[in-house]
Design a protein around this ligand. Structure first.
Ligand code: GBH
Length: 461
């Protein structure tokens, strides 16, 4: 039986737009995903998050299920447009009150809140009036919003995550245009990313200067990274895999740990890649107390001399492929999830070791890992063997990475419950809890003790 470190954090994660619903309640303003999902053709079956899991109204029921599963930590995000309906100015008391109720309910059930400030739902007014993340001033506006949250919730919240997956916001939102705000530019994506990094650093500075001394928490950034293994043992493919990870992850994490973008990106992107001033480098470097990682899958990477390639997956997954000259492929023998993402547990192990080596063994939290799997109801029950197998594989990979020296301190399963899977709508089921979206009835998958069973089998309890 495998044993994880004693104080290892076990949790699950969600995000505001994917579960809350109540899109026009509580004084909430519209955000870019409200607008995007109501724009014809942007989401599967024209699904949207208007009602989602109705968590805004049913949060008590949801916390009770978390407690029953034995969760010790819960990562959720705050909808900026509930706190500031147009993204600026006075806080909306009803928005503050909702998150106060949720946080208090979690603590009353012995569950630590881990709070993400920005999981993609930028207030629409900031997009329409200021061009959102293309405007350098949005970094200031974000820091103001963060200050409101630290002041309101920081007496009870000790773990803050500024940005969820800046790569997704920049690439899927500004290059592929398949996510809000739906733009397609190989220049804007780098500019938006630049501002996301600086916004993170400004919010971290607000926390470190004005709140950390009295509140004593931690603040960091979460980035997504799928692993890239070289397709062959040629030196060209080894370089292609390395380059691909740098364009995906080091784009964001090199600035956090070294104060600047990877050289390979500067060389290849040229003047489309913004430059940090010396003051910005100093602000950004060292601004993350921990390494937040979201990981889902692995692909093989090969060098190509011309262009690289997009692929037929739901996401481009390649970033600006014409800047990279990398072709990504999957091994046809790999099992794939409902997202068509390959299940490759060893990729997570290798990624954790890559991070540990490049950034001198930082404390890492896996803030998301999980899979979409079919979960048909039979006689009022859900059997979920493929998800259980996925978890066993990925948790074993985590364990191996720890044994080999990675400072992995926690794991949050994506997701607590089935929810609005962005452009893919409601059919992709990532949850530990099945939701019948017609009745919004909740059914734990496999059995009520499912999470506990997986944990026990892995020696986690
Ligand atoms: C996360 O994003 C989000 O934070 C969360 O809101 C979302 O619900 C969840 O994951 C599930 O999607 O095409 O095979 O190369 C995931 C970021 C980036 C992970 C693209 C998979 C491409 C896989 N994703 N990546 S593939």
């Amino acid at each position: 039986m495998k044993q994880f470190p004693d104080n290892f954090i076990w949790g699950s994660a969600t995000s505001s737009y994917q579960i809350e619903g109540a899109w026009l309640e509580g004084g909430k303003g519209l955000h870019i995903w409200d607008v995007f999902s109501h724009t014809p053709g942007r989401t599967a079956k024209a699904d949207n998050g208007d009602r989602a899991c109705d968590h805004y109204h049913r949060y008590k029921e949801d916390v009770a299920l978390m407690a029953k599963m034995g969760l010790k930590a819960y990562r959720f995000s705050i909808a900026w447009s509930r706190i500031q309906p147009d993204g600026k100015g006075e806080a909306n008391p009803e928005g503050i009150a909702f998150y106060n109720r949720l946080i208090d309910e979690l603590l009353a059930n012995g569950i630590q809140p881990w709070v993400t400030l920005h999981h993609w739902d930028l207030p629409a007014a900031l997009q329409v009036e200021d061009d959102g993340w293309l405007n350098p001033n949005t970094t200031e506006v974000f820091a103001d919003y963060a200050r409101i949250c630290f002041a309101a919730f920081g007496d009870r919240v000790k773990h803050w995550i500024t940005m969820n997956e800046s790569w997704v916001m920049a690439i899927l939102g500004f290059y592929d245009g398949v996510f809000a705000p739906g733009r397609k530019s190989n220049r804007e994506c780098y500019l938006a990313a630049h501002h996301l990094i600086i916004a993170h650093a400004k919010a971290a500075k607000v926390y470190n200067d004005d709140f950390k001394p009295s509140q004593g928490g931690q603040i960091g950034m979460t980035n997504n990274c799928d692993w890239r293994a070289p397709k062959t043992n040629s030196p060209e493919d080894a370089a292609a895999a390395q380059r691909s990870v740098e364009f995906l992850l080091a784009w964001f994490t090199d600035p956090l740990y070294f104060g600047d973008y990877p050289q390979v990106m500067k060389d290849r992107v040229g003047d489309r890649l913004p430059k940090f001033t010396e003051a910005e480098k100093a602000l950004v470097k060292g601004s993350s107390d921990f390494f937040g990682l979201n990981h889902y899958t692995t692909m093989y990477a090969a060098h190509v001399s011309e262009g690289g390639s997009a692929n037929n997956y739901i996401y481009s997954n390649a970033g600006v492929y014409e800047d990279q000259h990398v072709a990504l492929t999957a091994d046809p023998d790999w099992e794939v999830t409902d997202m068509k993402w390959p299940v490759v547990p060893w990729g997570l192990r290798d990624l954790l070791l890559w991070i540990s080596e490049r950034y001198d063994n930082p404390p890492i939290y896996i803030t998301e890992n999980g899979c979409a799997m079919p979960d048909e109801m039979v006689d009022g029950k859900v059997d979920d063997p493929r998800r259980t197998a996925f978890l066993n594989g990925y948790l074993s990979a985590c364990h191996e990475a720890i044994e080999r020296g990675a400072d992995l301190r926690g794991y949050f399963l994506w997701s607590l419950m089935d929810n609005f899977e962005w452009a893919s709508g409601y059919d992709k089921r990532f949850g530990m809890i099945h939701i019948d979206f017609d009745t919004l009835k909740r059914t734990p998958k496999a059995s009520a003790a499912w999470y506990a069973e997986v944990a026990e089998r892995n020696g986690l309890v």
